[in-house]
Design a protein. Structure first.
Length: 395
């Protein structure tokens, strides 16, 4: 088996397990936010540690590490992984595009009469790969590995789209001097890479400086993580005789980050941001176009966008369904793409500064992601497991 594919399977296992931990963190946050501990929980998040509040350290600093990992994954898959050729990119790429456009359109249509809410159009466009793979991990052999690979590839392209959206549409007024400083650091990193230096400490040192400058520039600080990822070399370390990329600086850093990001950083983000009180919820929330727009975008938008794009490509003969997959399984997987937890929460926090609007966003994300996850799970649960003998016969 090619090393790039075995690496991808390792990625799937770690993301699936991390997704289960994230689920637990989200449930715990909801329990705490609706318990007598709620005042302490919210006060702690607002407490300042140096120049930033605890919540900002989590969302701006810890999540920069998450985005660094996202950038590393995108670069690796495009250079030598599951997205290394156009034929491999076509199906997940078009599915990801449909899964970003249709949810956004549904949200905009539902909020067309509320200009203040339109800024959140991108919230339902994201798929949470860890959460979705966590659900898939509960289904065992009812989901072939090819579908898990397809979901991961789709979500990686989806993440790339989210990074571009954040950089373009959710950037504050720019500080030109900080931006020029960030550009200078990127030039230094490019020079280090150009001269073939493959030890990670210099990259991480200048990466930390880059984060500070991007934070000051007006561009969201997490983009620094993606920019740093683009500078990390993906060539074999000199002196290593093997012909694969497993010893490259990018692979080593990605491997080192997987566990802390999946089991520490993302769950902390989920715990800090999923906590929302249900005390003020009334039947009127059903008519709240912001919350309903997010929920409908995640549930219906992802289903129509992802499944529709796959159906069009396959029916037109431009692509094939993933190996050993069926249409009902693709339907269930398309619903799981509506789990938009981590990235949707993140974009929602960027879109709205008003805590009340942020809470409305969270209601929509929790409702839409919950319904999509449950529906997708039930459809996939009803499918017959693929037996090992049948799998070998089909391959």
């Amino acid at each position: 088996m090619p090393r790039s594919f075995s690496t991808f399977r390792e990625f799937l296992r770690s993301e699936a397990a991390g997704g289960l931990v994230l689920m637990g963190a989200a449930v715990l946050a909801l329990m705490v936010a609706n318990s007598p501990l709620a005042p302490t929980y919210f006060a702690a998040l607002k407490a300042y540690i140096g120049p930033l509040s605890l919540l900002h350290w989590i969302n701006d600093a810890l999540m920069a590490v998450f985005f660094l990992l996202v950038g590393l994954e995108i670069k690796r898959e495009v250079v030598d992984g599951q997205l290394s050729t156009w034929s491999r990119r076509t199906l997940p790429g078009m599915a990801a595009l449909g899964g970003m456009i249709i949810p956004g359109l549904i949200y905009v249509v539902l909020n067309r009469n509320d200009p203040s809410a339109l800024r959140g159009w991108a919230i339902p466009a994201a798929t949470d790969i860890a959460f979705a793979l966590g659900v898939l991990s509960l289904l065992g052999s009812r989901v072939p590995t090819s579908l898990k690979v397809f979901l991961a590839a789709l979500a990686i392209i989806d993440d790339l789209g989210a990074v571009i959206i954040i950089a373009i549409f959710y950037t504050a007024q720019l500080n030109v001097y900080a931006l020029l400083g960030a550009l200078l650091v990127l030039m230094i990193l490019q020079a280090i890479k150009h001269f073939g230096y493959h030890r990670l400490p210099p990259y991480l040192f200048f990466g930390a400086i880059l984060w500070v400058l991007v934070l000051l520039s007006g561009i969201h600080a997490t983009i620094a993580g993606v920019l740093l990822a683009l500078m990390i070399p993906i060539v074999p370390t000199p002196g290593k005789p093997e012909a694969d990329h497993a010893t490259s600086p990018l692979h080593r850093l990605e491997h080192a980050l997987h566990m802390p990001v999946a089991f520490v950083i993302v769950p902390i983000f989920g715990f800090a941001n999923a906590g929302v009180s249900f005390a003020g919820i009334t039947p009127a929330v059903l008519g709240d176009t912001l919350a309903v727009g997010v929920a409908a975008g995640l549930f219906f938008g992802k289903l129509i966008g992802v499944f529709g794009a796959v159906a069009l490509l396959v029916r037109a003969g431009w692509a094939d369904l993933p190996a050993n997959a069926t249409w009902p399984q693709m339907l269930g997987l398309s619903l799981l793409c509506g789990i938009g937890f981590t990235m949707s929460l993140f974009i929602g926090l960027l879109a709205f500064e008003d805590p009340l609007m942020q809470d409305r966003v969270k209601y929509g994300i929790l409702a839409g992601s919950g319904l999509a996850g449950l529906a997708g799970y039930l459809i996939l649960r009803l499918q017959r497991p693929v037996l090992a003998g049948e799998l070998q016969a089909k391959t």
